[in-house]
Design a protein around this ligand. Structure first.
Ligand code: NAD
Length: 494
């Protein structure tokens, strides 16, 4: 099914639009999902012409492309001709009047039936004012659909998130709001439901009787790069845990939806987040660890406090590890260990589901060598590797009865990975379809803030000694101790 729609992109000259939105829209166009009846208005303060805008869009496609001559190709040119640039200051009411006129004109020209998608690729402090003006200046149509896509960060804590949500909700209803968490657009994250509910062998073991603990690691090898300005005000807890990690937690711990629909899935996810324990300050101290990277062992990489744009006394964390407790149905009591950080040993996002030890190991008495059985672990590789691994114990091939661990593995090849639609492409496609399954509901966002706010407040109330981990390692010692004290270990070492 193709879609008629007018996109109005606020922040059309920005990084996100260039790197993600234009290439994603192009791929949807190449695949025939967008045809001739679509148009895009890019807005920002710069005084660009339409011709210049077309060039930018074609460059964005070329920079993203696997095919080197895409920029000059007929299809890229045809695609770019659907783009219109409107210089616009989001605080100026008059500019919305001009925007409405252009929108109405394009609506008629391309026969778009009043369908509009407003993409706010701008700092969240502008969201309220944009949403308010879209309503007051009547850009919101009374025929066709009107959908608002917004980017993270959605607030700095529960209070600011609520204010932001109230502002947006004055102009758009919840079912018109599409909150992007691009992790929800990733193939491996979308696959969690398939793995859990499409395999009896796994579904029947997904409970506290069989699962010992769950581990989620979002490890980055890079440092803060050019994002110090933003990062200094955010930190790893707000940047990664409140959104991506807690979304993953909700998908791993939710009860089975009665059907795979947006509403059912969201209800189960909200429930799952509401069943994650909100800690007291004391519990937060015990169960959460923060870190900030120092130099690497060779003294070649700068420590965080000497990166450009950071505060030399910065108390911002570049690493978080924590233990979450759930009371959700049959997973009640299964600990969930989470971890994310910059400048870690290796870039990898993975989920490890560790199963309980075999009870009454009958091989201990008969084995000829080491017969201690390894725990079964199911691993989901999210990125850069995409795949699955199941660790099992089998006979080791000797004359006697020794046991050895093996891994059943499936990894997508580069060619297979290249075929998987990129997260933004999937999410924009879903937004065009009106499918909100992979967007965060306000109740999810709100509960996630309640969970992390306690940790944040606790950290903000006391200074700590940073840096506390060497770049190129897996974080501070305390992150290891978090598991050691429970007689466990991180599955993903270095
Ligand atoms: P950016 O700074 O590159 O772009 C911001 C855009 O807003 C520019 O087009 C700028 O001209 C425009 N702008 C600023 N003030 C304006 C005003 N008063 N009136 C009109 N236009 C104005 O930022 P970005 O990296 O593209 O990020 C945009 C949003 O997306 C932010 O909320 C960011 O947190 C979020 N985000 C970005 C990425 C990414 O990969 N860049 C990833 C996730 C989330």
């Amino acid at each position: 099914m193709t879609q008629q729609a007018l996109f109005i992109i606020f922040g059309g000259t920005g990084d996100l639009a260039y790197r993600k939105l234009y290439p994603s829209l192009f791929r949807l166009y190449e695949k025939g999902y967008l045809k001739d009846d679509f148009a895009v208005i890019g807005t920002a303060r710069r005084p660009w012409t339409n011709d210049h805008y077309h060039e930018v869009v074609m460059n964005a496609i070329a920079d993203d492309g696997h095919e080197s001559d895409r920029t000059n190709s007929e299809i890229a040119r045809k695609f770019a001709s659907h783009f219109y640039y409107q210089s616009h200051n989001v605080n100026d009411t008059e500019h919305y009047v001009a925007l409405r006129k252009l929108a109405d004109k394009l609506d008629e020209k391309y026969k778009l039936n009043g369908n509009r998608i407003y993409y706010l690729a701008m700092a969240p402090r502008f969201f309220g004012t944009i949403a308010g003006h879209l309503k007051s200046e009547k850009l919101i149509t009374d025929h066709g659909y009107n959908r608002l896509i917004i980017e993270k960060p959605f607030g700095r804590d529960f209070e600011t998130a609520k204010e932001l949500n109230d502002d947006i909700s004055a102009a758009f209803s919840e079912d018109q709001i599409y909150r992007i968490d691009h992790y929800l657009g990733k193939e491996a994250i979308q696959s969690i439901a398939a793995l859990r509910f499409g395999n009896q062998v796994i579904e029947s073991l997904w409970n506290k009787e069989h699962i010992d603990n769950i581990q989620i690691t979002l490890a980055e090898s890079l440092g803060v790069e050019e994002r110090a300005g933003y990062y200094e005000t955010a930190g790893a807890l707000r940047d990664m845990v409140q959104n991506h990690i807690l979304q993953i937690v909700s998908l791993l711990t939710m009860q089975k939806p009665s059907e795979y629909t947006a509403k059912e899935l969201r209800d189960r996810k909200v429930e799952a987040l509401q069943n994650i324990k909100v800690y007291s300050a004391k519990e937060a101290s015990k169960n959460f660890v923060r870190g900030q990277y120092g130099e690497d062992a060779e003294h070649e990489q700068l420590d965080y406090r000497h990166e450009e744009g950071t505060d030399e006394h910065s108390q911002i964390e570049t690493f978080v590890a924590g233990k979450l407790e759930t009371t959700n149905g049959n997973l009640t009591g299964v600990p969930i260990y989470i971890r994310t950080g910059k400048r870690l040993a290796r870039k990898s996002t993975q989920i490890n589901v560790v199963f309980k030890d075999t009870t009454d190991n009958i091989f201990t008495a008969t084995g000829e060598q080491d017969t201690k059985l390894e725990q079964n672990v199911l691993t989901l590789y999210v990125e850069p590797d995409q795949g699955y691994q199941l660790d099992l114990n089998v006979k080791n091939g000797s004359q006697g009865y020794g046991i050895m661990p093996i891994h059943l593995e499936y990894h997508k090849t580069s060619a297979e990975k290249a075929k998987v639609p990129e997260a933004y492409e999937k999410l924009i496609h879903d937004a065009l379809d009106g499918n909100r399954t992979n967007f965060a509901h306000w109740h999810e966002v709100a509960q996630a803030w309640r969970i992390v706010d306690v940790v944040r407040q606790n950290w903000d109330s006391q200074k700590t000694d940073f840096p506390n981990y060497v770049s190129g390692t897996m974080g501070p010692k305390a992150a290891q101790e978090l598991l050691t004290r429970d007689h466990r270990d991180w599955v993903f070492g270095a």
